[in-house]
Design a protein around this ligand. Structure first.
Ligand code: IPM
Ligand code: MN
Length: 335
C-alpha cells in the first residue's frame, strides 16, 4: 500500500483565523484516519497582527523557507498586517496563480443559480508590487505588468480550462485607459490563446465585466485578469453566490502552493465561535486536489455539499444558528 505523509504548514493568523483553521485541521485529520495510506504532519506558524504586537514583526524571515519546505500550506486570515504576510509569501514564492472558484451552492441564496466560474487572478505583480511613494499632498502606486508574468497566467488559465473541460477564457482588462500595462497583458493573452484553438477566447473591459457578473454570470467560464481587478471581481463573485463564508482559494506556483479562504479576519465575530469554517474546509479540499489526492478532495467537498443541502447545521452568515464547532462536527460525521 502506498503511504503518503504530507507535511502541511498552517498559518492560523488573527481574528476568526484560528477558529476556522482548527476546523479544517480536524477535518483533514479525520480524513487521514478514514483513508488508508494518507497522513498529515501539521506545523503551525505564527504570523500576523498578534505576532507583530508581541515581537515587532508580522512574519518571521524563516517563515518563507518553512512554507517552501512544506508540501503545502493552509492559511486562514491575517488582519491589518496582511500586506506584510500574505503578499510577500505570494510574491517571494512566486505563487503566480490565484484561483478563485465561484459556484452556486445548494440552499445558499444566490443572485443567480447555475454559476460556475473560475477566476484566475495574476498574483505577483500589477499594483500589488507596492512600488510607490507619498509626499505632501500626493501619492503614487506603480502598476507593473510584464510579458513573462502575463504569459504564465494566461497559460495557466487555458491549461485549467483544458483540464476541467471548460470552453471559454475571458481576459479582463482596462485597455481603453491603462493602455500601457493592459496592452502588455492583452498581447500575452492573445498570443497564448493561439495555442488553444478549441477554447473560445474573448476580452472584456473590467467595468462591463463587473456588471455582467451580476446580470448574466452564466456567460462566464474562466476569467483571467491582473492582480487588483481579480481581487475586486472575486469578492463580487463571492457575493453573487451567497457571500464570503463559502469562498475558497488557492495561490499556486510551479513548486509551492498556499490555500486560503477569500474572507478576512472578521473582527466583529472573532472569538464568538460562530465563524463559518466552510471556506477554509473547501480550501483544504483544493489543497488535497493539488497534492494529487483527488479522492480525499472529493470526499470533503461531498461532505460539505451534504451539510448545505440538509440546511440544518449552518452558521449565522447562512441564516442558521450553529457554531463553528457544530458545523465541523457535522462535516466529520459525513466523512
Ligand atoms: C485577498 C485579500 C488580500 C488581497 C489582502 C488582505 C492583502 O483581499 O486575498 O483577496 O488584496 O489580495
Ligand atoms: Mn480580496
Amino acid at each position: 500500500m502506498k503511504m503518503t505523509k504530507y507535511r502541511i504548514a498552517t498559518i492560523p493568523g488573527d481574528g476568526i483565523g484560528p477558529e476556522v483553521m482548527a476546523s479544517a485541521v480536524s477535518v483533514l485529520s479525520a480524513l487521514a484516519e478514514k483513508m488508508d495510506g494518507l497522513s498529515f504532519e501539521f506545523t503551525e506558524i505564527r504570523a500576523g497582527d498578534g505576532l507583530k504586537a508581541e515581537t515587532g514583526v508580522a512574519m518571521r524571515p524563516e517563515t518563507v523557507d518553512k512554507v517552501r519546505e512544506s508540501d503545502a500550506t493552509l492559511f486562514a486570515a491575517v488582519g491589518e498586517t496582511a500586506k506584510e504576510v500574505i503578499l510577500p509569501l505570494r510574491q517571494k514564492l512566486e505563487l503566480y496563480a490565484n484561483l478563485r472558484p465561484t459556484k452556486a451552492y445548494p440552499n445558499v441564496p444566490a443572485l443567480k443559480e447555475d454559476v460556475d466560474i473560475v477566476i484566475v487572478r495574476e498574483n505577483t505583480e500589477g499594483l500589488y508590487k507596492m512600488v510607490g511613494d507619498r509626499g505632501d499632498g500626493w501619492g503614487v502606486n506603480l502598476r507593473i505588468i510584464t510579458k513573462g508574468a502575463s504569459e504564465r497566467i494566461a497559460r495557466y488559465a487555458f491549461e485549467l480550462a483544458k483540464k476541467d473541460g471548460r470552453n471559454k477564457v475571458t481576459a479582463v482588462h482596462k485597455n481603453n485607459v491603462l493602455d500601457k500595462t493592459c496592452g502588455v497583458f492583452l498581447d500575452a493573452c492573445r498570443e497564448v490563446a493561439k495555442s488553444y484553438p478549441d477554447i473560445e477566447y474573448e476580452e472584456m473591459i473590467v467595468d462591463a465585466c463587473a456588471m455582467k457578473l451580476i446580470l448574466a454570470p452564466e456567460q462566464f467560464d474562466v476569467l483571467v485578469t491582473t492582480n487588483m481587478f481579480g481581487d475586486i471581481l472575486s469578492d463580487e463573485a463571492a457575493g453573487l453566490v451567497g457571500g464570503l463564508g463559502l469562498a475558497p482559494s488557492a495561490n499556486i506556483g510551479d513548486e509551492n502552493a498556499i490555500f486560503e479562504p477569500v474572507h478576512g479576519t472578521a473582527p466583529d465575530i472573532a472569538g464568538k465561535g460562530i465563524a463559518n469554517p466552510i471556506a477554509t474546509i473547501l480550501s483544504a479540499s483544493m489543497m488535497l486536489d493539488w497534492l494529487g489526492e483527488r479522492d480525499g478532495a472529493e470526499a470533503i467537498e461531498k461532505a460539505v455539499m451534504t451539510i448545505l443541502k440538509e440546511g440544518k447545521t449552518l452558521t449565522p452568515d447562512l441564516g442558521g444558528s450553529a457554531t463553528t464547532v457544530e458545523v465541523t462536527e457535522a462535516v466529520l460525521k459525513q466523512l
